[in-house]
Ligand binder design. Structure first.
Ligand SMILES: C[S@@+](CC[C@H](N)C(=O)[O-])C[C@H]1O[C@@H](n2cnc3c(N)ncnc32)[C@H](O)[C@@H]1O
Length: 274
């Protein structure tokens, strides 16, 4: 069953990667990136610290723009993604910039077999783990890529916010707080979240909500020591049409005034013991 879910999601992400790489809506700030800018959002910029000299594995790297921003900060990076279009786009951007990064096509669960060496940091951000049915297996994979003393950095949409029905006119619960591995949420969206109007040829996706407790326990269960858990009032994409943009290093999205405040994203740092 899960192979069929991965196959369908990969087709969908291949369609999206082809649209996102053109960046016609401008959300990825591709022109600025190619002109030398560092496009990481305010949240990760504030949290990751100095990465110069680190070896970083970026899981679910999409078309590599964030991977290459980490390289621009002086890290040596490997990005992995299962979308051939995303990896082709990432390799093209690497060649155009000459930054220290390489890209591997494959399922995140196969990352240990596909990526050589151990890393100072495993980097996973913005819309990654919701595509994965088994979070304990993901955490073990991430931990297996770390050197002793290396750290996992995860920055994700908050599962409580992701429970909302994004088609409702305001905050209204639409989904259960956890998704069984073999019963994913089936979504179908004709266009992608960037605001591009191009139609997606494979609109159906399968997604999973993972409570924060499940993610934290998976990370601890994988042998990592939790150092930090933060919640944030900003999100990197427009989850619902009523969200409002805020300017920053790169555009992010917040709740409109008058709505009760709640966390829209969260981040974890966890370290592999020596
Ligand atoms: C929202 S994007 C992540 C964006 C990322 N924060 C970045 O650096 O731009 C999600 C990515 O996860 C990838 N993905 C989804 N499921 C995957 C899987 N099982 N294995 C590897 N990549 C996967 C998709 O191809 C897509 O590129």
């Amino acid at each position: 069953m899960t192979d069929a879910h991965f196959t369908q999601n990969r087709l969908n992400w291949d369609d999206r990667a082809a649209i996102h790489i053109k960046d016609e809506a401008g959300g990825y700030r591709l022109d600025a990136f190619l002109a030398g800018a560092d496009n990481l959002h305010d949240t990760e910029h504030a949290e990751i610290g100095d990465v110069a000299g680190l070896r970083i594995a970026h899981l679910q790297c999409h078309f590599g723009i964030d991977t290459l921003c980490l390289a621009r900060r002086g890290a040596s990076c490997v990005g992995l993604d299962f979308s051939p279009n995303a990896i082709a786009g990432a390799r093209d951007l690497q060649q155009r910039t000459g930054l220290d990064a390489s890209f591997i096509e494959g399922n995140v669960y196969d990352a240990r077999a596909l990526i050589e060496g151990d890393f100072d940091m495993v980097y996973v951000t913005w819309g990654a783990i919701g595509w994965l049915p088994d979070i304990a297996r993901w955490a073990k994979t991430a931990a297996s890529l770390l050197k002793p003393g290396g750290r996992l950095y995860l920055l994700e949409g908050h599962p409580f916010f992701m429970q909302m029905d994004e088609t409702a006119p305001g905050l209204r619960l639409g989904f259960d707080w956890r998704t069984p591995p073999d019963e994913p949420i089936t979504m179908s969206t004709e266009t992608t979240y960037t605001g591009d109007t191009a139609k997606i040829a494979h609109p159906v996706t399968y997604e999973w909500l993972h409570p924060v407790s499940e993610v934290v326990n998976a990370v601890i269960g994988a042998g990592l020591t939790l150092e930090r858990l933060n919640e944030h009032e900003t999100l990197a994409w427009q989850f619902a049409p009523w969200m409002v943009p805020v300017e920053g290093r790169r555009q992010m999205w917040v709740l409109p005034e008058g709505m009760p405040r709640m966390p829209l994203s969260y981040s974890i740092q966890a370290r592999k013991p020596f």
